[in-house]
Design a protein around this ligand. Structure first.
Ligand SMILES: [Zn+2]
Length: 288
């Protein structure tokens, strides 16, 4: 199966009361680890690519070519969506041209009128190509690729306005933040989430900043309509810890331990562990 839009998998997830993980990729090891885990566990999966990560990998075309080829070479049969994470207006158009199968347009920093106007245009463009589109209402706090925002709770009426533009799924701030959660974090705002779901109905909702949200809060968020959960930092931390252990144990100094295929192997295995734990928590195993 080639790349698919994320709409079908998320509509099914919402109906089935589970969530599909969006795991952000940075390079070949990340992509391979996530795809292999999704296939092994028969879970649908969304590969997230931020504009910074796309730039790091030399551009959207490189990313699309790598992911498509890997799906073929690894005989991946589960549904895979290649999704632009927090795309700008210009970035969304570039990723679309390069063959991404899903787009997030983050217009949350525009005044609501401008966010609506740009979202409308991109909805039409994406749907004309069979590509799914996610929009964001209310900025999501923390830092992602240099974009810093304070934790916010989205206005349910604004969510309804954006939902009515025909977006396929909606990210709404409910006190979640990107990156590691501070010790004094107050948790997710379930009242707000419930109010947003009541306004937006069957539309799948997206929870950004999935790293470090306690399991019981994740489970509750899923019952209240969250069908896509973004995980980025957590895979990075797993990779970092495993790589640090390898080097601290002096394994890079033994034999051919300096070979990048050996040096990066523990980190790649750790990403698989992280993805597996999240898929278990989100309930997406066996849902492909
Ligand atoms: Zn995000």
């Amino acid at each position: 199966m080639g790349l698919v839009s994320a709409t079908d998998m998320l509509v099914k997830a919402k109906a089935g009361k589970y969530a599909v993980g969006q795991f952000n990729i940075n390079n070949l090891e990340w992509t391979k680890s996530i795809l292999l885990t999704a296939e092994e566990l028969k879970s649908p999966v969304i590969l997230g690519v931020s504009e910074g990560a796309a730039k790091y990998m030399t551009g959207y075309k490189t990313v699309t070519a790598m992911v498509k080829a890997m799906i073929e070479e690894l005989n991946i049969t589960v549904p895979v969506a290649l999704h632009l994470d927090h795309g700008s207006y210009e970035g969304a158009k570039k990723a679309l041209d390069a063959g991404f199968s899903s787009i997030m347009f983050d217009g949350s920093h525009y005044p609501i009128e401008e966010n609506i106007e740009k979202t409308k245009e991109l909805v039409e463009l994406c749907h004309s190509k069979g590509v799914s589109i996610e929009a964001e209402v209310g900025s999501i706090g923390g830092e992602e690729d240099g974009v810093v925002g304070k934790g916010e709770v989205a206005d349910p009426k604004e969510c309804k306005m954006i939902a009515d533009l025909g977006v396929d799924f909606l990210a709404a701030g409910i006190g979640n933040i990107h990156g590691k959660y501070p010790a004094n974090w107050e948790g997710l705002d379930f009242e707000a989430l419930d109010a947003i779901q009541k306004e937006t109905g069957v539309l799948p909702l997206v929870l950004h900043g999935g790293t470090g949200i306690p399991a019981d809060m994740i489970a509750k968020a899923i019952t209240l309509g969250v069908s896509k959960i973004n995980v980025n930092t957590e895979c990075q931390l797993y990779f970092q810890e495993a790589t640090r252990k390898y080097i601290e144990a002096g394994k890079d100094l033994e034999g051919k331990g300096f070979d990048p295929r050996k040096l990066l192997a523990p980190g790649a295995a750790a990403i698989q562990t992280c993805v597996k734990e999240k898929m278990e928590l989100f309930g997406s195993i066996g849902k492909a």
